[in-house]
Design a protein around this ligand. Structure first.
Ligand code: PLP
Length: 384
């Protein structure tokens, strides 16, 4: 089976991990801080807080922005459940904004009408989590111009998008957002096995996320509320978590980061090759935009006409031929856990159409032309 995604681990990565294992620190040593520094520099963000997953980083981001019971947070329904779950973990309510059929990102025009409606009903969200689907940035300038007048916070779920850019800035620069979150799960662009990271330019948000990551505890003398009893002293100020990443993982991340730009280049080259070969088929292919570079975490095609049975036929036939196609994602409001909130499928026509037409084809930086040609030939045969 040609998988839809696959990590790339080379000897350098292995050597770095072994070196860290043989060092004095395997957790909370120098590698974590160095990894954070390197990602912050890469993205041109002031602060980076590494975590044991993107899910943890999203949770910390929501908590640092003060999201709590009684608040509403909006996001896209076409995302992994973790995006919405982070909001629920804070006790807040999630609502979904339908997608743009072209980009599969949260629709700016739907957002605009939902915001003016919510303003009238005094039911504005506290924050919006935008998702850069498949690695393509949302239209952040438009989104931030809509949310600014209401003081709505913005989190970028960039789990798919490290190495991509928007306008003149790397994703993660937080030019139009409060916090950006990356994932380093093996199917994503670079990996630390499990792992995630939040970037921000706001020192208060950074310090809060850092303290929440480790039990709500601080040793920072300037922050102590009582007088230190001795050199062992630390204080817990609020309820935090153990969301720390290890030095072993951070070392792997530092090693992987050296190849990030090459990975994104390879993914874009393969995507272009798919686009050229598949343009004759009755499917919608990913668009290439001038003002943003997609990290191409996923290569997703959509049937021109959404059709549940044709979609299923293709899916089964491709899998049978050894092509590891997948579907990203089941609209989150369709999950039984979220259905209890009473979402109506009719409220999300674009997401429903997407769910009946999207297919993720294999794409990873080490994919060979031979493997890609097999995917192309199989698909052409099935659709001709
Ligand atoms: C993978 C993913 C996450 C969660 O990442 P983990 O590191 O596995 O916690 C969140 N959001 C999106 C869009 C993802 O694809």
């Amino acid at each position: 089976m040609i998988p839809y995604g696959r990590q790339d681990i080379i000897q350098d990565d292995i050597d770095t991990v072994i070196e860290t294992l043989q060092s004095d620190f395997i957790t909370q040593g120098p590698q974590v801080a160095l990894f954070e520094k390197k990602i912050a520099e890469y993205c041109q963000a002031k602060y980076a807080i590494a975590c044991n997953s993107a899910t943890s980083a999203l949770h910390l981001a929501c908590l640092a922005l003060g999201i709590t019971e009684g608040d509403q947070v909006w996001t896209s329904p076409i995302t992994f459940v973790a995006t919405a779950n982070a909001v629920k973990m804070c006790g807040a309510q999630v609502d979904f904004v339908d997608i743009d059929p072209e980009t599969s990102n949260l629709s700016v025009s739907v957002l605009k009408s939902r915001l003016s409606q919510a303003e009238k009903q005094n039911a504005l969200p506290k924050a919006i989590i935008v998702v850069h689907m498949a690695g393509l940035s949302c239209d952040m300038a438009e989104i931030s111009s809509l949310t600014q007048k209401y003081d709505i916070k913005i989190i970028e779920d960039a789990a798919h998008a490290i190495g991509g850019s928007y306008q003149d800035a790397k994703i993660g620069a937080c030019q139009y957002s409060d916090i950006t979150v990356f994932s380093f799960h093996p199917v994503k662009i670079i990996t630390t096995a499990e792992g995630g990271l939040a970037t921000t330019n706001n020192p208060v948000l950074a310090a809060t996320m850092e303290q929440l990551r480790s039990h709500g505890v601080t040793r920072d003398e300037e922050k102590l509320q009582n007088t230190a009893d001795g050199p062992w002293y630390y204080e817990q100020h609020f309820l935090g978590f153990n969301y720390r990443i290890t030095d072993i993982q951070a070392a792997l991340g530092i090693s992987q980061l050296k190849r990030l730009d090459d990975y994104v280049k390879a993914r874009n080259a393969l995507a272009k090759r798919y686009n050229d070969a598949l343009s004759v088929l009755p499917v919608r292919l990913p668009e290439i935009y001038k003002d943003r570079l997609s990290a191409f975490h996923l290569y997703i095609i959509k049937l021109n006409t959404p059709d549940r049975s044709e979609h299923l036929r293709l899916f089964k036939a491709l899998r049978k031929e050894g092509i590891g196609v997948n579907l990203h994602y089941i609209p989150v409001y369709r999950q039984p856990f979220y259905q209890e909130q009473g979402f109506k499928r009719d409220d999300f026509p674009n997401s429903e159409a997407y769910y009946q037409s999207a297919i993720t084809l294999p794409l990873f930086p080490t994919m060979t032309f031979e493997e890609q040609d097999k995917v192309i030939e199989t698909l052409v045969n099935l659709l001709k």
